[in-house]
Structures are given as C-alpha cells and as structure tokens.
Design a protein around this ligand. Structure first.
Ligand SMILES: Nc1ncnc2c1ncn2[C@@H]1O[C@H](COP(=O)(O)OP(=O)(O)OP(=O)(O)O)[C@@H](O)[C@H]1O
Length: 220
C-alpha cells in the first residue's frame, strides 16, 4: 500500500531530510513513526501524500507511482488517502458537519448521500450532537475528532496522521488512538507519527524509528 525504494529528499541548504529510505507497509497495517524533532517524519508524510516530491527514488502509494504522477492526477490520488495534520486545519467559518462533508462535496457526491455518510461518521467519532457547531466553539479533542472524521469520510485506503494526539491529555489521546485502531480494523492502512513513547509501547504495533533522515529501527 505504501512502498518507498531508495528515497532521498534534499531541501535547499542543502538539508538531507530523507536518506535512502526503503519501506513497505501492507494494506490494513497499523504503523507508528517515531523519531526526534527534525528526524524527517513530516517530510516522509509529505512524500506519501504528494504534498512534495522526492528528490530521487520511488514512492508508490495506493496504486499510484508518485515519482511520476502528473499534477492533474493528484486530486484523484488524494481521494484514496486521508491526512490528519498537526494543526487540524479545520475551516473556521464552516460547521463541523460542513468541515467533515468537504471531501464528499469535492468528489461531487449527491446531497442526500453526503448527509447520510456525514451523520454516520460523526456518530462513529462521538460528535453527532456537535454537527452544527463551529470549530472554535468545541474543545481541542473534539476538533481533533472532527479532523479524523474528515480524513476518513471517503473511506481512504491509507490514513496518515502527523502527531494526532500532540496537544491532548492522556485520556483523550487514548480515545483518539482507539478510534484510529477501529479505522484500521475496517481495512484502512494507518500510519501515525508520534512523540508519545509510552503510548507506542502500550499499543504494541509495528514501529518505525527515523533519525537524521534514516530508518534506524523497524519492529516488524
Ligand atoms: N521546506 C523546507 N526547507 C528546508 N528544510 C526543511 C524544509 N522542511 C523541513 N526541512 C528540514 O528537514 C529536516 C526534517 O524536517 P521534518 O519537518 O520532516 O522533521 P520532523 O521529524 O517532522 O520534526 P518534528 O517532530 O519537529 O515535526 C529538518 O532538518 C528540517 O529543518
């Protein structure tokens, strides 16, 4: 589902953010990505989500060869993946319902189908009662669950989450991880970057460790 072969990413400077990354993550796997600040985690996620391209090497995700993808194909590729950003990126002037519905609106689904699916997913993340609220009037944990709902609404094959529990208290963090595990159990490949080593230990999932742009550990 996610395949890297000899991937390098060099930013101007030059900063060698990723060095010779070889990686294979199968359909339905749940994988943690750890590593100190600056190790290259966000860069790796940008390669997976086609927000940036590798300097060299091969990247294949959800059936797309991202080293050769044309600009026009990127929106179609994005429909196969879900991304949860560190800072949620919710639209302030849209309700929770509208934020979550966005990927389906962009895809051109019919209003009835959108309404049904959004209600289902808001129920799943425990936010049905907040559907007409605006993001700034709900808690951080609720905003995070809204971001997750938006990322899974179109049933993506791959879900990547960059520090999804970064600013949450331990109880909420556990709830979010339970939710991500349930998404994975439904067949989505889930890849989560985190600094929370205690949580990684408790969850006993495959864990990749990045350091200085290189994979220095893989518990698989
Ligand atoms: N656009 C850019 N231009 C130049 N250097 C960059 C750019 N983006 C990231 N870097 C550098 O690449 C390296 C990897 O950064 P990256 O953001 O991937 O790390 P990270 O592991 O996600 O860190 P954090 O845990 O702090 O989010 C760092 O040295 C960073 O300064």
């Amino acid at each position: 589902m996610i395949e890297f072969s000899h991937v390098y990413k060099t930013y101007p400077g030059p900063v060698h953010a990723l060095k010779n990354i070889d990686l294979n993550i199968d359909k339905g796997e749940f994988v943690f990505l750890t590593g100190p600040s600056g190790a290259g985690k966000t860069t790796l996620f940008k390669m997976i989500s086609a927000y940036d391209i590798a300097t060299s090497g091969g990247v294949k995700v959800a059936g797309y060869d991202l080293s050769e993808i044309k600009d026009g194909q990127v929106p179609y590729f994005r429909r196969k993946i879900g991304v949860i950003f560190q800072d949620f990126k919710l639209l302030k002037d849209r309700t929770i319902f509208e934020n979550v519905a966005l990927p389906l609106i962009i895809r051109g689904d019919k209003p009835m189908a959108i309404s049904r699916r959004v209600s289902e997913v808001l129920e799943q993340v425990g936010l049905a009662h907040k559907h007409d609220q605006y993001p700034e009037f709900i808690s951080g944990g609720e905003q995070q669950r809204t971001a997750i709902a938006r990322a899974i609404i179109h049933q993506p094959g791959v879900l990547i989450a960059d520090e999804p529990t970064g600013n949450l208290d331990p109880r909420l963090s556990e709830e979010i991880m339970d939710l991500l595990e349930r998404v994975c159990a439904q067949g989505t490949t889930v890849f989560v970057a985190t600094h929370d080593h205690d949580m990684v230990k408790r969850r006993k999932k495959r864990t990749l460790e990045l350091r200085d742009g290189m994979i220095v550990g893989d518990t698989k």
